[in-house]
Write a protein that binds this ligand. Sequence first.
Ligand SMILES: [Zn+2]
Length: 161
Amino acid sequence: MDWKEKYKIRLKFETELKEKFPNLYSGLGFHWRDGGMLGGVEIGEGWYNIIRLLSEKLEYFINKLTEEERPRAVQVKEKFAGLRFYMSAKTKEMSEAIREAEDRSYKVCEYCGAPGYESDYSWWMKTLCEKCHEERKNDQAKMHTTRGETWKLKSKGKRLR
Ligand SMILES: [Zn+2]
């Protein structure tokens, strides 16, 4: 899949989030200086369902608060192979729901949603399934070969060349 296709899928997902969870994602699409979200929802499609479930809970909690008290999502991204979900403020029940979703992300392939594990290929940690791990390995190997670089790529203890 090329980047244009990926971008379209992401825009569609962000639109869906804004429509279904208008309070939680009221900052989505605005500049971060206005308290909005920096960069939008920066994760792979495999985790979209985790976000849908979490958003449902968070929107419900937010709706219980008065309008002035209502926090919103400020950043959704991947870091060290796990989901990170940041809010402008959060209650205890929101924190618990977020922690649950973040923990879950370490067991789900970020690319396709299949059961995943930590993929330690190269310098960028990811949570992926076996198939996506192999694809990513091949893609990166191609990229490195094209560039003529001599990275010592680590993949499950094996060196590529
Ligand atoms: Zn996968």
